[in-house]
Design a protein around this ligand. Sequence first.
Ligand code: GUN
Length: 288
Amino acid sequence: MTARIIDGKERAAEVCRMVTDAVALLKVERGVVPGLAVVLVGDDPASQVYVRNKAKQTLACGMRSLEHRLPVTATEAEVLALVGVLNRDPGVDGILVQLPLPKHIAEAAVIEAIDPGKDVDGFHPVNAGRLASNAPGLVPCTPLGCVLLAKSVMPELRGLEAVVIGRSNIVGKPVAQLLLREDCTVTIAHSRTRDLPGIVRRADLVVAAVGRPGMVRGDWIKPGAIVIDVGINRVPGEGGKSRLVGDVAFGEAVAVAGAITPVPGGVGPMTIACLLQNTLTAAKARRG
Ligand code: GUN
């Protein structure tokens, strides 16, 4: 059996089309054009690429993109001051501070300074709490993208055994909460889990978010399972070039799984699509 490849680019394009239509309607009916502010501190090359892509797609959906770049030498107080300005700016519906921040800046302090209503990353403790208590709020983009991709091949996830590998605040914990909301039976596995292969073999749905290239092997996968690979790992490739691989040994898993996301072209594109959806949600909620 060969798994169905879940096309993240295509699913992301669908989400972007829906957002684009809704943004156009908002403009006609209410004269509102949602605005997303992205803050980049320093000159990390990968972050620069992400921020550029976010800005491009924000504009492509008909929204306003506001970029704020601070030098790597910026102080935590300066970043907090900028967040304060964006919180108070009525033209800003969403605020995203690109992570990682330079080491001298406390990420938690910056995240907690963002107005939870504008926290389109869904990282603020208020939004994390809302997610955990099943209240409406902004949900982290990558976890939302994972669930939408799983539902694109199996619209009803109720009752599935789901195993999430990774317990980060950004992916592992929120994706587990979302799967619980979908009535899955959820296990969160991590680096200290005993018999990880045995736990993963039980799963009808696997979400791998550990940041270790090819760690999840094909013989860990239950035949027919849905595999969502969140990993984006740069490894040496042919001819001195690097290439991107996921946390799942794709060549092995594709022969066993029922459906699997590729890297690149799986979860990655969905993250930005969900960010745009969150910006629209924030704009609508804030403007009543
Ligand atoms: N850096 C890598 N992924 C993300 C993300 O989803 N949000 C932010 N703010 N920074 C990131």
